[in-house]
Ligand binder design. Sequence first.
Ligand SMILES: [Zn+2]
Length: 286
Amino acid sequence: MTDQIQRFLFDDFEIRGEIAQAHQAFQQCIDNHDYPAEVANTIGELLIATSLLTATLKFEGKITVQIQGDGPLSMAVINANQDLEVRGTARWKGDTTGLSFLELIGKGNLMITITPENGERYQGIVALEKATLAACLEDYFVQSEQLATKISLFADSQSSPKQAAGLLIQTLPASSENHEEDFAHVCALASTIKAEEIYTLKNDELLFRLYHQEQVRLFETQPISFKCGCSKERCLSSLASLDPTEIKEILEEQESIEMRCEYCATTYSFKEQDLQILFTATDQKH
Ligand SMILES: [Zn+2]
């Protein structure tokens, strides 16, 4: 199954939806990290949540969806752009075995930052107070967009291959008298979805299973892919912001400076000759 998101509309209701699967991108996000299952699954859910949000909010630019808390999982973040190129990372400490979402996060927030290519940066924050990430995101939509939304998120970091998927149901600006009933009906059926179904079924089969009495129109799919923007050049420019004397001191003690990308775990190694440019640039300043 390919990593993708697909929108759909109900012909007879003022309701829209999206289905996302990102098994490979999830695998790539957690590859080469020793995340415990609970942390990895949260990254998987956050990855799907970010993909659903990106497709909903329609912008050209970058989006960052970040969880911060005072629990064992202090930070988890997914970066994405309008082409649904995603990457993610997390910081945790201690034993997370068997912890629920709220036990993992403690007291915390969900932060959504959109940096459009043109226009002003937008930041939305919602307190993480519900039992699941999906429910917290539903709060976000009600608070910041005034849109009733139902979200289901699934991630399994222990299966082989790893699996992550999700479903979003959202109200459109509605005029129908029965809209509330229609929305409740569509959400009630959405909540019967099982992880196995969304992981493995084709979207049309899945929607037929859920909504065989309704007319549902599926739109074209959009791919989701893992992409980390790190490079040796970017590492070098972050080294350039340090005091060159400090760098020289480190190089006197060890042969090279290693920098590991916290997203994709690529390690970049710099020897003295690679860093000469930093020292020369400083010398010229004096
Ligand atoms: Zn990287």
